[in-house]
Design a protein around this ligand. Structure first.
Ligand code: HSE
Length: 445
């Protein structure tokens, strides 16, 4: 039998929201192109949605629409379950049930995989089914494919990415318009760039889910969201964006995972990066990811990190992969986390105190003799080397006659625990008048 004679592979879709409807639309629009690639047609034959009427109006009469998603994962005709409903409770039960029923799963659910991935992948391995998740990270960018397959010759050294579009949009607006975080967030919500409840985005949790997945496939370690350091952008001031720019840097919310001699770094936080790096020029709601590996060197990936058809692009690519490989011996397939399950590494994820990076510090200080000496003395005592400094005229910061000013210091690399000690000592100086701002810096060279 030639591949074109094969019957369509039957897909069950869980969720007909933004991503689900986009998946249905793109699959229908490009069905012939997709069939030529996959070797047989891919057909969504059953969908589950909370609002059955609305779902019916989207998928039309030829598709069975149900309100109970378990009907989909338990249906004997369904070979692949696409989970695009989100959440980590019901979605997890459904994915586990689908796997137990011997169905392959395609999911764009980064929270589910970052938190429960080890359990999900172990169950899939035991059942000989695939769980594909290209849509979980930076949707339009095939970064999972690149790391897991394209770069499989390499020893990956680090991955650093702008992997949350909402926060990148906010940071770009703050820089462009010189506005503070709260003002831009309200505007972003009004324009629909930020969700009504933007907590996961602005506090860095969404980026940390994605960074956790990237760390696992870059280094062959289990997913360990609980070990990720997570710091969002809510405390960023327009002044810091402006000072950073004067020093040749932009501030981005980065997800960083790095292999070091002592373990794996896994962290999300606002980061100064040199303005001359391509990554610094990823603006608005776009995503960008840099990967440093030993043979390929630095590679970079750019594209939309959200959107209906942008996510559908990733979901359908996974559907094509599963359609091609579902009859293959499970051992011949690409392992879920890039490395064979019996060859995973137990290299520990480091605590933030053990991370080595460089820093931007802003100290609001009394403008009088000896202040600079006492600050630099503390840094010198801690063995922290200063890379650059910027001191504003007091009246530029506080207006005419002001007696306080901002002192900006860029440091060279040091271990974070040492910086924490130095910060505590500087903060205790009577001439340091406000809480010190500390933002980490990466050269990405
Ligand atoms: N909320 C995410 C973002 C998109 O702003 O990038 C989906 O991962």
């Amino acid at each position: 039998m030639t591949s074109t004679n094969l019957k369509p592979i039957k897909v069950g879709l869980l969720g007909v929201g933004t991503v689900g409807s986009g998946t249905f639309r793109v699959l229908e629009r490009n069905q012939e192109e997709i069939r030529r690639r996959a070797g047989r047609s891919i057909e969504i034959s059953m969908v589950a949605a909370r609002n059955v009427e609305r779902a019916r109006s989207i998928v039309g009469g030829g598709v069975t629409v149900v309100g109970d998603p378990f009907e989909v994962v338990n249906h004997p005709d369904i070979e692949i379950v696409v989970e695009v409903m989100g959440g980590t409770t019901l979605a997890k039960d459904l994915v586990m049930q689908a796997i137990a029923n011997g169905k392959h799963v395609v999911t764009a659910n980064k929270a589910l995989l970052a938190i429960h991935g080890n359990e999900v992948f172990a169950a899939a391995q035991a059942q000989g089914v695939m769980v594909a998740f290209e849509g979980a990270v930076a949707v339009s960018i095939p970064i999972i494919k690149a790391l897991r397959e394209g770069l499989s010759a390499n020893r990956i050294e680090w991955v650093a990415g702008i992997i949350n579009g909402t926060t990148n949009f906010i940071l770009s607006e703050m820089r462009d318009k010189g506005l503070d975080f709260g003002v831009v967030l309200k505007e972003a919500q009004r324009l629909g760039y930020a969700e009504a409840d933007p907590t996961f985005d602005i506090e860095g949790v969404d980026a940390a889910h994605k960074a956790t997945i990237l760390s696992a496939i870059a280094f062959g370690i289990p997913v360990q969201f609980d070990k990720a350091y997570v710091e969002g952008i809510v405390h960023l001031a327009a002044a810091d964006i402006s000072y950073a720019y004067q020093l040749g840097y932009r501030i981005k919310l980065l997800g960083i995972t790095k292999r070091t001699q002592h373990g794996i770094e896994l962290r999300v936080h606002p980061t100064l990066i040199p303005v001359k790096r391509l990554l610094a020029n990823v603006e608005g709601s776009m995503n960008g990811i840099m990967v440093k590996s030993d043979a390929a060197g630095i590679t970079m990936y750019y594209g939309a990190g959200a959107g209906s058809e942008q996510t559908a692009s990733a979901v359908i690519a996974d559907l094509v992969d599963v359609t091609r490989l579902h009859t293959a011996d499970a051992a011949q397939r690409v392992p879920h986390l890039a490395f064979q399950p019996d060859s995973m590494s137990d290299t520990p994820v480091l605590s933030m105190g053990e991370v080595v990076t460089s820093y931007y510090l802003r100290l609001n200080v009394a403008d009088k003799a000896g202040v600079l000496a006492s600050v630099t003395g503390i840094l010198a005592g801690a063995g922290i080397s200063i890379d650059a400094m910027l001191q504003r005229e007091a009246d530029e910061v506080g207006g005419e006659g002001a007696t306080q000013t901002d002192l900006i210091i860029l440091t060279h690399d040091c271990v974070e625990a040492k910086m924490n000690d130095a910060l505590a000592q500087m903060q205790a100086l009577p001439t340091v008048l406000s809480p010190i701002t500390r933002i980490r810096k990466e050269e990405l060279a």
